[in-house]
Design a protein around this ligand. Structure first.
Ligand code: HEM
Length: 402
């Protein structure tokens, strides 16, 4: 399909009228129509393709020969290149070899009791006695940034700075129309990140540890020399956006889902063993990285009846795939008792999320401590909940009382 073609059907006319704001505010009906009528569709507003069904998203992620790691002008503007999401071959392997060791269960197991739970306990203590909170800003985001930041080697950077970094980077990626004024917060975050990482690297040259920056500097390098940080920054920006932000989104969406099923919320509060199932369903119900990843065909390809040119960006909407009616009964309903507890919230294939084992553990501990401290926590009906975003998605604020 040519991007300049005149609309030839209702579907194409409708696609031509879609705006980024439509996608951000209410993607569910849009993606439901796309899954039914055009599971791969060119969306003029973003000048790119979106894949929306479970089958097509899975096929794209699994077919490593046809679909290369994805990038887009906005990814390159915000993260720089090459970044891990778009890298392939030896370059991708080298980046994953630096990132993955810190997020293997044997590496982080001890950290769960030593730092993650104490961090959650300390945040809960700050809230105790208040009777109310805005859970995203007061609890889920701080615990997310603290625990992922520590694991990444940013223990000396305070919670508010880490939150400012991911909000800044996220606002840059959401600026998909590339408004030149829309990158200021992302650029400011990147400048701060560079200052902190340079100081960190100066120490790690002589005192390596098991963190991402250290592995990058040293692994496979001849004695006495280290790898340039320039090749790491773009992927560090990916980590400092998705890694810092998404465990918080996972907690928020799971909590929100549970509030739609008071009996399930009560079970999760009474029995912490239920929380991992509740989280898996939260990640299915509202995938935090909703459509934030993409692939690029190496050669022209036919997909779901569409011809896609080599090099064109195909956004892979795992958030939509997670609501595919062919895979889930009543997919729009949150239900932790679903028989099949599978979802594509962490993606799949060789670009599958590096934090897929760690993030659910952080989120589990956050919810365990919250429910233990405030068993009657509930949404404050005075505040409406806005769930926002189509690249990243989650509740913006969760006002609660207890
Ligand atoms: C609940 C929280 C999280 C969710 C839902 C999530 C989800 C995702 C998704 C959907 C992708 C794209 C996969 C694909 O393209 O097939 C991804 C990639 C990635 N994630 Fe996460 N993520 C989370 C937390 C984290 C954390 C804590 C880290 C580590 C600090 C992390 C590191 C990465 C990296 C490095 C990639 C790129 C992998 C590659 O391209 O090879 N993520 N994540």
């Amino acid at each position: 399909m040519s991007t300049q073609a005149q609309p030839t059907s209702d579907l194409e006319s409708w696609l031509g009228l879609l705006t980024v704001q439509d996608l951000e505010t209410d993607p569910d009906p849009i993606f439901a129509r796309l899954r039914a009528e055009a599971p791969v569709a060119f969306v003029p507003a973003i000048q790119a393709w979106i894949a929306t069904s479970w089958e097509v998203c899975s096929r794209i992620a699994d077919d490593a020969d046809t679909f290369l790691g994805g990038t887009s002008p906005v990814h390159e503007r915000v993260f720089g290149t090459p970044h891990v999401l778009g890298a392939e071959g030896a370059e991708h392997k080298q980046l994953r070899a630096a990132i993955d060791p810190a997020f293997k269960p044997r590496a982080f197991r001890a950290q769960l009791d030593a730092t993650v739970r104490p961090a959650a306990e300390a945040l809960v203590e700050k809230l105790r006695g208040q009777g109310r909170a805005e859970l995203m800003a007061d609890y889920f985001e701080p615990i997310s940034v603290r625990c992922v930041g520590d694991a990444l080697g940013f223990a000396a950077v305070d919670d508010d700075t880490l939150r400012r970094w991911f909000h800044g980077l996220a606002s840059g990626i959401a600026n998909i129309m590339m408004d030149p004024g829309g990158f200021a917060a992302a650029d400011a975050a990147k400048a701060e990140i560079r200052t902190v990482v340079e100081a960190m690297a100066a120490r790690l040259v002589d005192q390596p540890d098991d963190g991402v920056v250290s592995h990058w500097l040293h692994d496979g390098m001849p004695a006495g020399s280290v790898r340039s940080l320039d090749g790491l920054y773009p992927s560090l920006h990916v980590l400092l956006l998705g890694g810092l932000q998404e465990p918080g989104h996972a907690c928020g969406s799971t909590f929100l889902g549970l509030t739609t099923r008071p009996e399930q919320l009560a079970r999760a509060v009474e029995d912490p063993a239920v929380i991992p199932r509740a989280l898996a369903e939260g990640l299915r119900w509202i995938a935090p990285i909703f459509s934030g990843t993409s692939r690029i065909p190496a050669a022209p390809v036919e997909l779901a009846g569409r011809s896609i040119g080599a090099g064109q960006t195909v956004w892979v909407s795992y958030g939509s795939a997670n609501r595919d009616e062919s895979q889930f009964t009543e997919p729009q309903v949150y239900d932790l008792d679903r028989a099949a507890q599978r979802h594509l919230g962490f993606g799949r294939g060789r670009h599958v999320c590096s934090g897929a084992a760690f993030a659910p553990q952080v989120a589990r501990i956050a919810l365990e401590e919250l429910f233990a401290a405030f068993p009657d926590v509930r949404l404050d009906p005075a505040h409406e909940v806005e769930v926002w975003g189509w690249i990243f998605r989650g509740p913006r604020q969760l006002h609660v009382t207890w």
